[in-house]
Structures are given as structure tokens and as C-alpha cells.
Design a protein around this ligand. Structure first.
Ligand code: NAP
Length: 255
């Protein structure tokens, strides 16, 4: 029985991961960490099995993580629309001043890794994003946040921490059913700069949740960092991914 802390558990992927872990109650005791009791209650019915806290507050993390075996980091800065599209111009987005990527995606993830180190956690699964090898990526321009740059700095901090890591850099996330696609592992953004058969580098959040849960189970996922996308459901010659040990065997360590 492993006790797992899932941060960002009220997020779109984080809530899926927590719900799926709770379905495997013979194997996992899953604790959610999130900042809004109202949002927790809206998504899960009550705050039972949650610790309310903020990743910018080290003390709330330190008490949440005590007694856990693994940590799943699904927190991220979230840009907010500050002006809707008008006159053919696209919508404008910005981050709140206390929610900039440097504060959340770097310092906030670093706080979690430091708390995990202090608590003797054996494994951290960190969800990142594809695109980080390109400093001029359009996502870095949003709100002058350089979000992909800060995410990669946190990934390097995790690798350097000495804790077993699994860094999962997803392609574009879509809200479709999981478990119906062949998943493809890559590195250095090659799956988006040079995608096989020209497919879109996207993946359902439910599939990412499956990858995260299997990363907590399969020894092959330890000390690996990889990009991940999916083939379309109707792709010719696609074989739905069921064997996660073989999938993780294709991944490599280091950035
Ligand atoms: P999401 O819904 O945006 O969730 C982010 C979570 O972080 C939310 O639960 C948010 O809390 C939490 N959070 C933010 N600041 C916090 C703080 N100070 N303290 C505690 N919690 C805090 O995430 P997602 O869309 O599922 O994405 C998951 C990850 O994949 C993110 O790292 C994202 O960047 C990455 N990714 C996204 C895409 C894409 O296409 N969107 C593609 C590749 C990778 P609240 O619920 O209270 O707001």
C-alpha cells in the first residue's frame, strides 16, 4: 500500500489522477492537496482525504507530505483572460502577480521537491509540457511568463535532487476518453517538430493520468524524463498501449 500526495488535485489532470488512484484503494492511499475548499467540494463532494494548502507556503507542504511514499506534482500557473477577442484580435491573457510561472512552476515545484527531500519521499512524478526546448515558443510569450522555461528549470532541480523522478512532458491536452490510443514516447520535442506521419502532437488528459498512475507502479519509469503524445484513435496500424513497462522502457534519463 503506497500513500501518494497529489498536488494540483483540483486541476483538470490532477482531479483525474486523484479519482483514478482512489479507485485502486487496495494499492494506493491517495491524498489530494489543493488551495480552494470550495473547488474541492465542488469536484469531490467534500474535503475528505484532502489537505488544503498553497504550494507557495512551505509549511503547508511539509505537513501534507509527511508519511507519504510518493508525490505527484500537477500544479501549474494558470493564465487568466484579461480581454476577450474583439475586432478580429485574439483574446489577451495574463497571470496574477502572485501566480507567475516563476513563482508557481519554478519556486512552487521547488518547494514541493524540498519538502519531499526533507520527508524522505522515494519517488516524484512531475507533469511538464512539451515545447520547452524552444525559448521562443508561443506559450512563453503569454503574460511575459516564460512558463516553459520555468517548468524546465524545475525539472532540472528535480533531477539534481537525487529523488527518483519521472518527468512526463505532455503534448497538447484534450478532454477525450483514455485507454483507446497508442501512446508515443519521445524527447527534445521531436514529436512536435517532426511528428510521425504528420499527426497532431496531442494526448487525452485521461491517458496522461494512466501514464502517471503506471509510473507509480512500474520500476521502469524511475529516473526517466520523456515527451508523450498519442496516435489518433482511428490511426491505421495503431496498437492501443496496454503494456506500460514496455512504454517506459523506451524512455531515457536526464533532461
Ligand atoms: P490545470 O487544470 O491548469 O491545473 C493546475 C492546478 O494547479 C490547479 O489545480 C491549480 O489550483 C493548481 N495551483 C496553481 N497555483 C497553485 C498554488 N499556489 N497552490 C496550490 N495549487 C495551485 O492543469 P491541466 O490543464 O490539467 O495541466 C496539467 C499540467 O500539464 C500543467 O503543468 C500544464 O502546464 C501541463 N500541460 C498542459 C498542456 C495543455 O494543452 N493545456 C499541454 C501540455 C502540458 P486551482 O484548481 O485552485 O486553480
Amino acid at each position: 500500500m503506497k500513500r501518494i500526495l497529489v498536488t494540483g488535485a483540483t486541476g483538470k489532470t490532477g482531479s483525474l489522477v486523484l479519482k483514478q488512484l482512489r479507485k485502486q484503494s487496495d494499492r494506493f492511499e491517495a491524498i489530494g492537496f489543493a488551495r480552494s475548499p470550495a473547488k474541492i467540494t465542488e469536484l469531490f463532494g467534500s474535503t475528505a482525504g484532502f489537505i488544503v494548502g498553497d504550494i507557495t507556503d512551505k509549511s503547508s507542504l511539509e505537513s501534507a507530505i509527511k508519511g507519504c511514499d510518493a508525490l505527484v506534482i500537477l500544479t501549474s500557473a494558470v493564465p487568466q483572460m484579461i480581454a476577450p477577442p474583439s475586432d478580429g484580435k485574439p483574446p489577451q491573457f495574463a497571470y496574477p502577480p502572485d501566480g507567475m510561472p516563476e513563482i508557481i512552476d519554478y519556486q512552487g515545484q521547488k518547494n514541493q521537491i524540498d519538502a519531499a527531500l526533507q520527508a524522505g519521499i522515494e519517488h516524484i512524478v512531475l507533469m511538464g509540457s512539451m515545447g520547452g526546448t524552444n525559448p521562443n515558443h508561443i506559450l512563453n510569450k503569454i503574460g511575459n511568463g516564460n512558463i516553459l522555461i520555468w517548468k524546465r528549470k524545475a525539472e532540472q532541480y528535480l533531477i539534481d535532487s537525487g529523488i527518483d523522478y519521472t518527468i512526463i512532458r505532455a503534448g497538447g491536452l484534450i478532454d477525450e476518453l483514455g485507454g483507446n490510443r497508442e501512446l508515443l514516447i519521445g524527447k527534445d520535442d521531436l514529436l512536435s517538430t517532426n511528428p510521425p506521419d504528420g499527426i497532431s502532437p496531442i494526448i487525452p488528459r485521461e491517458d496522461v493520468a494512466l501514464v502517471i498512475i503506471n509510473a507509480l507502479i512500474e520500476a521502469n519509469a524511475r529516473n526517466k524524463a520523456f515527451d508523450i503524445i498519442s496516435k489518433p484513435e482511428d490511426a491505421p496500424n495503431a496498437t492501443v498501449t496496454k503494456n506500460f513497462a514496455s512504454l517506459f522502457a523506451q524512455a531515457t534519463g536526464g533532461m
